[in-house]
Design a protein around this ligand. Structure first.
Ligand code: AOS
Ligand code: ZN
Ligand code: ZN
Length: 388
């Protein structure tokens, strides 16, 4: 098997984007549990995200959500991020919270509402121009609840037209990534339900439009690594939203529900050239921490991605190719499983120390006093929620 020392340099190429909304209070439709010290504004969310990067070296960017992270001066927010040692990343649009969007946003039959949704994306691009962000991520809640409720073909055509208008606004170095999700909040049909629909829509737009794959947005049993392989093969995998699902779109800590699935996904990422400094694939988390502490929840998440990345890098590709070519079914399978079952945690702890990082970032955070500090100092104002 490949030796850890051979893959160590490649681990330094890992960069994971944290979602600003992971640091706000969140919950289910039953209850949002408030936590002490939760940020009161986007500046404090960035400061919390920066702790994750400081202790792990893995999370140099923070993704924003507009309007949840709307500030008067995005230049000031970008400077604050730089002061904290991170940068602003993907801008996520939001066309799912206004009453106007009850029956759709960029697919809506009413020209006024559809234009409002398009204008919101123009506003997001204005934000990107100020923050220096590369990616506009579009996730749409558009869909219907009942057969016959609307003409699904007409909606698809309006979606294409709206995306075209948004795409045409992008700068030369900016991209649009279109996320798919098979259900929720609409339960009969969703306008971008699967990778095929996203791929068809972004392919019609041009080279700056890509697919975003959220690991929680598939039916149980879906072979997600196959989709990863196909999108990389087609040159259209723009970004990931990483999280875990047990049942639906659970948004739990990545690698918690099924570490083996995360490993298999990362094997295909590496196989397809999606990993490393010269890849354009953005690795975002899309998670909420409803009952656990948020900053440690994010630290645990990026460490989980790193552990499975290390295991995936350990796959002996030459031996695997040889076994596959020889038709050695169980031999090939065994080579993959040898890498998966390798406990890389001690080697990663040493790797971190060699780079001036704490061997155990979870423990380092607990001992840092940061959590107690924000709980004591952030007492006035309104704490941010999963939304604003
Ligand atoms: C929604 O289910 C999608 O996963 C979105 O990517 C994301 O969770 C949302 O935009 C966060 O608000
Ligand atoms: Zn997502
Ligand atoms: Zn989701």
């Amino acid at each position: 098997m490949t030796d850890f020392s051979d893959i160590a340099p490649r681990l330094a190429e890992q960069a994971i984007e944290l979602p600003s909304w992971a640091f706000g209070n969140s919950g289910t439709r039953f209850k949002v549990f408030a936590q002490p010290g939760v940020p009161r504004d986007p500046f404090e969310k960035i400061s919390d995200a920066a702790q994750v990067h400081k202790l792990t070296g893995l999370a140099p960017k923070v993704a924003l959500h507009i309007p949840w992270d709307k500030v008067d001066d995005f230049g000031a927010l970008a400077r604050h991020a730089a002061d904290e040692g991170v940068a602003l990343g993907t801008v996520n649009s939001n066309t799912f919270q206004d009453d106007d969007y009850k029956l759709g946003s960029v697919t809506h039959r009413d020209d006024r509402i559809r234009q409002k949704a398009i204008d919101h994306h123009f506003e997001c691009i204005d934000v990107m121009n100020e923050t220096g962000s590369r990616d506009l991520k579009i996730w749409l809640a558009d869909g219907t609840n009942y057969p016959g409720q609307d003409d699904v073909r007409g909606r698809q055509d309006r979606l294409a037209d709206s995306l075209r208008q948004i795409y045409d606004r992008l700068g030369d170095d900016q991209r649009l990534v279109l996320e798919y999700k098979f259900f929720e909040p609409a339960f009969y049909h969703t306008d971008v339900p699967d990778w095929g629909t996203s791929y068809a829509q972004v392919s019609a737009l041009g080279p700056k439009a890509m697919v975003c794959l959220d690991t929680g947005h598939h039916a149980p049993g879906t072979n997600i690594e196959f989709i990863v392989m196909q999108l990389l093969r087609l040159g259209k995998l723009g970004s990931f939203d990483f999280n875990s699902r047990f049942y639906a779109d659970d948004d739990l800590i990545v690698g918690a529900a099924d570490p083996f699935q995360l490993f298999r996904i990362l094997v295909e990422v590496i196989r397809g050239g999606g990993y490393g400094a010269d890849s354009d694939v953005a690795f975002m988390l899309d998670q909420c921490h409803n009952v656990e502490d948020k900053i440690p929840g994010q630290i645990r998440s990026v460490l989980n991605v790193q552990e499975m990345t290390a295991r995936a890098l350990l796959v002996d590709r030459a031996a695997l190719d040889t076994a596959q070519a020889a038709g050695d079914v169980l031999g090939a399978h065994g080579i993959l499983m040898d890498a998966f079952y390798t406990d890389v945690r001690p080697a990663l702890a040493e790797w971190r120390e060699s780079r001036g990082l704490p061997a155990d970032p979870m423990r380092a955070y607990a001992e840092s006093g940061y959590g107690a500090g924000i709980a004591a100092s952030r007492v006035g104002g309104e704490q941010a929620g999963w939304g604003a």
